[in-house]
Design a protein. Structure first.
Length: 277
């Protein structure tokens, strides 16, 4: 079976890390990205490589141990590349060559007759505060990271998907992009933009067998919510019918379903929030 490759942004922690591990367990090549925390990203890479090796061994059970070792040293070994760059910066994403170049990796994939099968746009930052207290720099950072990165990375991979006449793009959004949140105006606006982008692009790319969907996350137990005080956290949990925050793995399961198992859903913004909103 031909290898598949998934590109995941914001993969050094949280939802991005969980998604990378899910794809690795299922025999994908990975391109993982973060903006600046290279040490954490390399830690995720180590986890990915271990899971990829386990997949290769598990799916070649007819081989002896020695043969399995040879398999893991062959050209068929699964790969994981890391790219540290700001996906909200168009120039950084389109760097032609050198360290941290997506395009260099794409050329390497092409030599192996591989492509980008899945793009998970997961880069995201938040800001909590009154809009009148927000600087233009903070506003721009939210929009560039949460929405601009979706455009930059999608534009980057579309030529590869068009060439192979297939692809899945999954954008990580938020319930605040649907209903809005007080004191999170910029974040809500950016995620609302992601939702609209998803619906429009799905119509544009469907004739080319490329499906685009978004996942509107509820309250997920990631670093973005680590700052909540216990009382606020307890109140939040009491509002969620499931009685708990979501786990990054909950979102990773939906990402993988859309990427690997679903070949009809398109242009959807799927809420994963434990029944909250």
């Amino acid at each position: 079976m031909k290898q598949k490759t998934a590109l995941i942004t914001g993969a050094s922690r949280g939802i991005g890390r969980a998604a990378a591990l899910k794809f690795a367990k299922n025999g994908y090549n990975l391109i993982i990205n973060c903006i600046h925390n290279k040490d954490k990203l390399l830690g995720v890479k180590d986890e990915v490589l271990k899971l990829q090796q386990e997949y290769l061994l598990k799916n070649n059970t007819g081989n002896t141990y020695t043969e399995k070792q040879n398999l893991c040293q062959s050209d068929n070994i699964l790969s994981c590349w890391e790219v540290v760059c700001d996906t909200g910066n168009f120039s950084e994403c389109n760097k032609a060559s050198g360290e941290n170049s997506f395009l260099d990796i794409f050329r390497e994939l092409d030599k192996k007759n591989l492509t980008i099968d899945v793009l998970v746009n997961n880069s995201g930052v938040s800001y909590i505060g009154l809009i009148q207290d927000m600087s233009y720099e903070n506003w721009k950072n939210i929009i560039d990271t949460n929405l601009g990165s979706v455009f930059n990375m999608t534009r980057l991979v579309i030529p590869l998907m068009l060439k192979s006449y297939r692809g899945k793009i999954i954008n990580i959004s938020s319930v605040w992009g649907i209903c809005g949140a007080s004191c999170e105006t910029a974040y809500s606006a950016s995620k609302g933009g992601v939702n609209a982008f998803t619906k429009a692009l799905a119509k544009e790319l469907a004739p080319s067998n490329i499906y685009v969907n978004a996942i509107a996350c509820g309250a997920i137990d990631t670093d973005m919510n680590k700052g909540l005080e216990k009382q606020a956290l307890d109140i939040l949990k009491s509002e969620i019918p499931a009685g708990r925050l979501g786990k990054p793995e909950d979102i990773a399961e939906m990402i993988f379903h859309l990427a690997d198992r679903d070949n009809y859903t398109n242009g959807a913004v799927i809420t994963v929030d434990g029944g909250w909103i």
